[in-house]
Design a protein around this ligand. Structure first.
Ligand code: URA
Length: 237
């Protein structure tokens, strides 16, 4: 049992002082009955209304960083019953991934129930950098690298990597691995970029998301973000 003004304030609806005013002014009901006494105790199942609007419970926000393995769907639910990113996280909260990684892409993905942060990070104007490591079935020519660095058009819109570095070249197998920093969130964007030069992505891993890395995690492992990290993500706006 909790004091009613505390429950109202904790829900995030208003301050404790304001809640007391609402109670004294007869605007608060518990299970349909007006309550005007400060300190009235209520319990979890009681229905509280203010001006006849039900008080919504404030859901505590949770934030996770997952090292997504291959063959995992980046959604909350899959109609074909395939494993989803949410299956790797131990929480009762209704979390969902911020953006998507393809079924065959591995790497860093964030999950939360904080819609405000999710919107902020996915909004194109905020240009959050994601660095991918792509293994491709070829070796980019010098002029292709220059052209990519200058920006290329994909489906009618320009995309210009914020970072481009060749990590490894294997002349025997005619494959190479390149790092690509991308700020936008279009689906399959890395595969489309590589495809525009006539190559295919053989393997794709997201190494970073803004300042966050996969350090200390193996595929399938996750960790909670620290408060400091969440604040830093909010400050990217
Ligand atoms: N670009 C892709 O092509 N696939 C991903 O999963 C992420 C970025």
């Amino acid at each position: 049992m909790e004091r009613i003004q505390k429950v109202i304030a904790n829900s995030g609806f208003c301050s404790r002082r304001k809640a007391e005013e609402y109670i004294i002014n007869g605007k608060v009901k518990v299970n349909g009955k007006k309550v005007t006494t400060l300190g009235t105790k209520v319990s979890l199942g009681d229905e509280i209304t203010i001006d006849n609007h039900p008080l919504k419970e404030k859901e505590e926000k949770e934030y996770f960083l997952l090292y997504k393995p291959e063959k995992v769907i980046s959604s909350v639910y899959d109609e074909h019953k395939r494993v989803t990113v949410v299956d790797f996280i131990d929480t009762e909260k209704r979390i969902y991934p911020i953006g998507r990684l393809d079924y065959d892409t591995t790497g860093l993905i964030l999950l939360t129930n904080d819609g405000e942060l999710a919107n902020l990070l996915m909004h194109p104007k905020n240009e959050v950098e994601k660095v991918y490591l792509a293994k491709i079935n070829g070796i980019l020519k010098k002029e292709e690298i220059i052209s990519l660095k200058n920006g290329i058009e994909i489906e009618g819109r320009m995309v210009k990597p914020t970072y481009l570095k060749v990590k490894k070249i294997n002349k025997e197998t005619n494959t190479s691995s390149i790092y690509l920093g991308i700020t936008e969130g279009r689906n399959h964007i890395v595969k489309k970029i590589i495809g525009s030069f006539g190559y295919k992505v053989l393997k794709l891993k997201r190494e970073t998301y803004a300042f966050l890395t996969l350090e200390g995690l193996k595929p399938g492992e996750s960790r909670r973000l620290t408060i400091k990290e969440v604040k830093k993500l909010y400050s990217l706006k």
